[in-house]
Design a protein around this ligand. Structure first.
Ligand SMILES: O=C(O)C1=C[C@@H](OP(=O)(O)O)[C@@H](O)[C@H](O)C1
Ligand SMILES: C=C(OP(=O)(O)O)C(=O)O
Length: 458
């Protein structure tokens, strides 16, 4: 088991470029893999989750040529030649690792294929509910078999002659919305998903990028079946969910400033900026380039934070940032209430329980609710041993908390960070080493070099 030891932060790097957006990287691999030609994907996130998606698409006929690797991060540029929407049956089970996005979105694609495929994952993924995707896909005509009442992985999906449906999502989930839209690409006519609250719209945007026609009417999103995505190069912006860790570190450090470069600024994902502004942070973002997904630099100046209420319609927009926003709440004056966030209980771990438990270990009072928690701000944090429960967001959120604590904080099981942020420990060390200014910032070690050979043989 890997551990990270964190002590009080010593210095501030002037800027950080976070790796590519996880949600967009998954979708880029899937759409390029189903397209009618070759797509060059740049800024790809080579995290364990996204590499599961790449390998799955390769196993089903897409051809992936590695083009560029960043030292300490991994493969960030590749050429993907699609197999067309009708994929090849994989030779064995598809390993989705820890990735909910992989298994749920691929379920939609598999629902439209002429074969049966098995998808499994690690212990955490095997506990997460897949009934939410099974229900609409079965309505469309696919056969979806899983374990127990929650239809957990391993899943066996047999694609069928699908029929279009109009489906109202029972929960705000971009993954379920995307699974239905992907299956809709294989059904004749118009498939419609109605979402209760706006969720991240990367699938819709990437459909436009690949020339797949869809439309939005209020909260109803429709796609027409029988379309083949057209290959078109794309550049993935940095992940705002990864940038959020440094945003909070900076926002809670009076007198400090940091620039986060080339961060994805899709309005369905920028809730973390809205919440931090409400807490009193000084944040400026400038959109530099849009290319289908808005992006730009974000400058954060440190100050004193105040508690806030996070709930209602904004929850899907900050869902993955709630662990680090809870840490911001602990560093703020006054109390922070997180509500309407029951979905946190079915992520990689129960994130409400994990955040409450670890904040308490650091000396913070937390009242836990079924759908959230109240954090009593302003306590002096002390170092502690953190249990990550193999959840990357818990590991990173508490590494940031450790930068503000007296004494040492040990993040046990930190290997899970590779799920979404390869290079996190390198970036964390920029804050912990205390030699900023004098010694060169080791971001220079990230020198692009060409990669020879295939990502995976056979
Ligand atoms: O569609 C996506 O890429 C994601 C949607 C969200 O999950 P839900 O759909 O379960 O809300 C989010 O938590 C996850 O990290 C990525
Ligand atoms: C919930 C997450 O991802 P996934 O659902 O893809 O496992 C996450 O990245 O925080």
């Amino acid at each position: 088991m890997a551990t990270i030891k964190v002590r009080k932060l010593k210095s501030f790097p002037a800027e950080i470029s976070v790796p590519g957006d996880k949600s967009i990287s998954h979708r880029a691999a899937m759409f390029a893999g189903m397209a009618d030609g070759t797509t060059i994907v740049e800024g790809f996130l080579p995290s364990e989750d996204c590499l599961c998606t790449v390998k799955a698409m390769e196993a089903m006929g897409a051809v992936v040529e590695p083009l560029e690797e960043l030292e300490g991060v991994g493969l960030v540029k590749m050429a993907i030649t699609g197999h067309g929407p009708k994929l090849k049956a994989p030779a064995g089970p598809i390993d989705c690792g820890n990735s909910g996005t992989t298994i749920r979105l691929l379920s939609g694609i598999l629902a439209g294929q002429d074969f049966t495929a098995e998808m499994g994952g690690d212990a955490s993924l095997s506990k997460r509910p897949m009934k939410r995707v099974a229900d609409p896909l079965v309505l469309m005509g696919a056969k979806v078999e899983g374990q127990g009442e929650k239809i957990c992985a391993p899943l066996h999906i047999t694609g069928g002659q699908l029929q279009p449906i109009t489906y109202t999502l029972p929960m705000a989930s971009a993954q379920v919305k995307s699974a239905v839209l992907l299956a809709g690409m294989f059904a004749p006519g118009k498939t419609t998903v109605i979402e209760p609250v706006v969720t991240r719209n990367h699938t819709e945007r990437i459909m436009s990028h690949f020339g797949v026609k869809w439309l939005r009417d209020g909260n109803a999103i429709s796609v027409y079946g029988g379309q083949t995505p057209k290959a078109k190069d794309l550049v993935v912006p940095g992940d705002i969910s990864s940038a959020a860790f440094w945003m909070v570190a900076a926002a809670a450090s009076p007198g400090q400033q940091i620039t986060l470069k080339n961060v994805g600024l899709n309005p369905t994902r920028t809730g973390v900026i809205t919440v931090l502004l409400r807490m009193g942070a000084h944040i400026n973002s400038s959109e530099t380039d849009s290319e289908g997904e808005p992006r730009g630099n974000v400058i954060i100046k440190g100050g004193d934070l105040n508690g806030t209420v996070i709930g209602g319609l904004e929850i899907p927009n900050v869902i993955d940032e709630l662990p680090i926003l809870a840490v911001a709440g602990a560093l703020a004056r006054g109390n922070t209430l997180i509500k309407d966030a029951r979905e946190l209980r079915v992520k990689e771990t129960d994130r409400i329980a994990a955040v409450a438990e670890n904040l308490r270990r650091m000396g913070v009072t937390v009242i836990e609710y079924e759908d959230g928690m109240e954090i009593i701000g302003g306590a002096k944090l002390h170092g502690a041993t953190i249990t990550t429960y193999h959840d990357h967001r818990i590991a990173m959120a508490f590494a940031i908390a450790g930068m503000f604590a007296e004494g040492e904080t040990t993040i046990e099981g930190s290997e899970c960070i590779n799920t979404s942020y390869p290079g996190f420990e390198h970036d964390l060390n920029l804050f912990l080493r205390g030699d900023n200014g004098a010694a060169p910032i080791p971001v220079l070690t990230r020198v692009p070099r060409p990669v020879a050979g295939r990502l995976r043989e056979g």
